[in-house]
Design a protein around this ligand. Structure first.
Ligand code: IFM
Length: 453
């Protein structure tokens, strides 16, 4: 029997990127440096010490990139705004040239019938704010709110899909607990504070959005990366480990936003490093949002391990599974599962898959003008089917954004991991649509029809 994979007519078919990963020219036109600029320019933090100085040169080539989006048939594009282009010192003086760049980008998208979706924070905090404590300084909620308000005023007449923060879990886990991402701190005591201030910043921006003109036509949400956790066995210790893993990664951000409470397990994990937070803060965080953005890449199987602090668990690799270049197991069923979990736990609300994709090894240069990436084609086929299954089971899924439009700067992995639907030859900046890009274009054109083949 052939299964039909038809998607709703108004479904958003998009691709996503982020500012530091593609734009290049990080200090052009008066922009202030970000923590990623500082981190990547500090020796030994990134693969081959690579930086986002040039990246995909999108800052100068954005029109060509929008033309590629149009060729793929995208009807939506998710990008992020570099805070330091707007406020070079993080607060105070506004840099009009920075606003102009995003304004031109938005106009170009609209000209091609592509709906812009803007994320306000995708990890590139202004360096000047990090010097004032960054996410550890309570004032950051106000700094972020002012920056958000500036963007609502500047683009709110044309952008009607806003996200406050992208993957706050990665910001704190990588930036403040393990230190593998900017700003590179490793502190059990700092991570909870960074978490809380990210959420306060999110809440303040949502509150400000409601009072702005942008709210007349626009919607606002938050983007989280979710990973279903499975136990390695049915032992009480492994089941407990899964509970902690799930609280740490999946519920740490969503419970406060939707219920106004942090999961109790966070105290178990962080011990005395987990502070008590005021009711007033929790009320601010629990602002009603219009949609949830879910980034999904993989699942994890967890086993209890007393040695590995603070979570006391370790992920068990699955030798029989296909894994990507980032060593993430390919497991599409868990996408359906996590979307259903969101619906069951937090209620039926509009959801977008704001990122999904895979790094596989691609040829560094096109061969006969082509980049064949069959593993990525298969990844998209399976994950889009899994997304459709969630919709069939009642999830209010409104759109899907592939990660990523272009091969780009994968943070501490530098340029060594390619996630794009479009190949970038970094020595010439030539773009080549990969076979996965062509495949995604055919999914869009048939509104899911080709997924049944
Ligand atoms: O490249 C990142 C992106 O910045 C955030 N989500 C995951 C992607 C792949 O690692």
């Amino acid at each position: 029997m052939t299964v039909s994979y038809a998607f709703p007519d108004d479904f958003l078919w998009g691709a996503a990127t982020s500012a530091y990963q593609i734009e290049g020219s990080p200090t052009a036109d008066g922009a202030g440096r970000s923590i990623w600029h500082r981190f990547s320019h500090t020796p030994d933090n990134t693969w081959l010490n690579e930086t986002g100085d040039v990246a995909c040169d999108h800052y100068r080539r954005y029109k060509d990139d929008v033309a590629i989006m149009s060729e793929l048939g995208l009807n939506a594009y998710r990008f992020s705004i570099a805070w330091g282009r707007i406020y070079p010192e993080g607060t105070g003086r506004i840099n009009k040239k920075g606003i102009d760049f995003y304004s031109r980008l938005v106009d170009e998208l609209l000209k091609k019938g592509i709906k812009p979706s803007a994320t306000l924070y995708h990890w590139d905090l202004p360096e000047a704010l990090d010097d004032r404590g960054g996410w550890l300084n309570r004032d950051i909620a106000d700094w972020f709110c002012d920056y958000a308000a500036t963007m609502f005023d500047a683009l709110g007449d044309r952008v009607n899909m806003w996200a406050t923060v992208n993957e706050p879990w990665v910001v704190t886990d990588g930036g403040y607990l393990s230190g593998v991402l900017a700003p590179g701190h490793a502190s059990l005591f700092e991570a909870p504070i960074a978490t809380h201030n990210l959420l306060r910043a999110h809440g303040s921006a949502v509150e400000r959005f409601r009072a702005s003109n942008a709210a007349k036509k626009g919607k606002i949400g938050i983007v989280v990366n979710l990973e279903p956790k499975y136990p390695a066995s049915q032992s009480a210790e492994d089941l407990d480990a899964v509970r902690r893993a799930d609280a740490y990664m999946n519920r740490q951000y969503l419970d406060p936003v939707f219920t106004g409470k942090y999961p109790a397990e966070l105290r178990e994990i962080f011990g005395e490093a987990w502070p008590e937070w005021s009711d007033e803060d929790m009320r601010l965080i629990k602002q009603p949002i219009d949609f949830l953005g879910v980034n999904y890449y993989t699942r994890k199987i967890e086993r209890y391990d007393a040695e590995r602090l603070p979570l006391r668990l370790k992920a068990v690799p699955q030798p029989d599974s296909i894994t990507t270049e980032t060593r993430w197991e390919v497991y599409p069923e868990a996408l359906t599962r996590i979307l259903l979990w969101v619906k069951e736990r937090y209620g039926k609300l509009p959801v977008y898959i704001t990122e999904n994709g895979a790094a596989f090894y691609d040829a560094p240069h096109p061969i006969d003008g082509k980049i064949e990436d069959p593993l990525r084609v298969e990844y998209y086929r399976q994950h889009l089917r899994a997304a459709h299954e969630a919709m069939k089971q009642g999830v209010d899924l409104r759109g899907y954004f592939a990660w990523s439009l272009l091969d780009n700067y994968e943070w501490s992995h530098g340029y060594s991991k390619r996630f794009g639907l479009v190949h970038v030859d970094y020595s010439t900046q030539q773009r080549t649509i990969k076979s996965s890009g062509r495949y995604y274009a055919s999914v869009i054109e048939t509104n899911g029809g080709v997924l049944s083949r």
